[in-house]
Design a protein around this ligand. Sequence first.
Ligand code: CAA
Length: 380
Amino acid sequence: MDFKLTEEHIMIRDAARDFARTELLPGVIERDEKQEFPAEQVKKMGELGFLGMMASPEYGGGGMDTISYVLAMEEISKIDASASVVMSVNNSLVCWGLDTYGSPEQKEKYLSKLTTGEKLGAFCLSEPEAGSDATSQKTTAIDKGDHYILNGTKNWITNGNSADFYLVIAQTDREKKHKGINAFIVEKGWEGFEVGPKEQKLGIRGSDTHSLNFNDVKVPKENRIGEDGFGFKFAMKTLSGGRIGIAAQALGIAAGAYELAKDYSKQRKAFGTEICNHQAIAFKLADMHTSIEAARHLVMKAAWDKDQKQNYDLSGAMAKLEASKVAMDVTVEAVQVHGGNGYVKEYHVERLMRDAKITQIYEGTSEIQKIVISRSILKD
Ligand code: CAA
């Protein structure tokens, strides 16, 4: 067992840290306030290779391992969780899904533009009546020979308006239930495809969340991903890896809040000394540090499982469940350590607390992770 990062891992982590501090930190409060998508910063993330980290170099990807990806996700998330969800969806749902299951033509046409940030991707599974219950897809794609006709509505789609290419899950044969579901690549601008209103959100307010409407959208057959009926498995397999990315995001939010709280406690004085010298605060920091380290081990283990080509459904679900809980607990405590200042925007921790909540909801709620975990541990 070796807990040491390689030199390459350290380089990637430091590059992400520098980028977050120099490019994302300025303006993060304003973007949150205005619900403004970090378009310029996302473009730079693409140029630096943060949007297709694990994808094949043949298609413009970085060919990196999952450990590198989670290290970068953690650093970006410490500063700007809105930017890191863009990164997470593009890397682990869209690029990974296409790289692993797309045809050579799909990879050439779509993946090679997504890995470089020239184009952005979105993953469209959730619907008004199919969130956790993902097999209940109401969106339909009817086979018309050389194309499908797509109809339906998708909800809470990250990169909803900013994306160019959308992976859309739809029911092609209701009789076959989840075996009659397919995944399609849909381009923005196709006739009948409308981006709905932007959601007004509690957290990750810089990320661009929309509903999408598909009204008789013609999707060429060559844009179906994999064999007929593969769509639900595609979504589940892709989400298993996506959950490691969100776990790393949650870890980053927690670690970012903890670092701010620790620094603040060394400067702020009360009762004649820095507040970190009061056990009430020092013990909070001890608890925060310990829970973050525990979550980090789970996140790294899940990433390692994926890199070792071992099953990571269980470890990814555990990492997301725990890291998102730690993100919630630690950010609440970080606000508390900051006292009145914690409630004020310029100290950043109130934003991190709002951002933390979504990590217990998207890419499978904590309750869904418990379904995945309990089914996995009870099956043998
Ligand atoms: N890998 C491969 N196949 C899988 C799988 C996995 N990880 N998990 C399930 N499957 C397969 C099952 O084997 C089964 O196939 P067979 O019948 O051939 O065996 C099929 O999928 C159906 O599985 P279940 O019977 O277990 O289905 P279920 O209805 O009980 O649901 C669930 C399972 C785990 C609860 C699933 O519905 C789920 O994960 N729900 C949550 C959905 C979710 O995470 N949504 C997030 C939206 S995306 C998002 O948030 C992105 C963003 O923008 C940030």
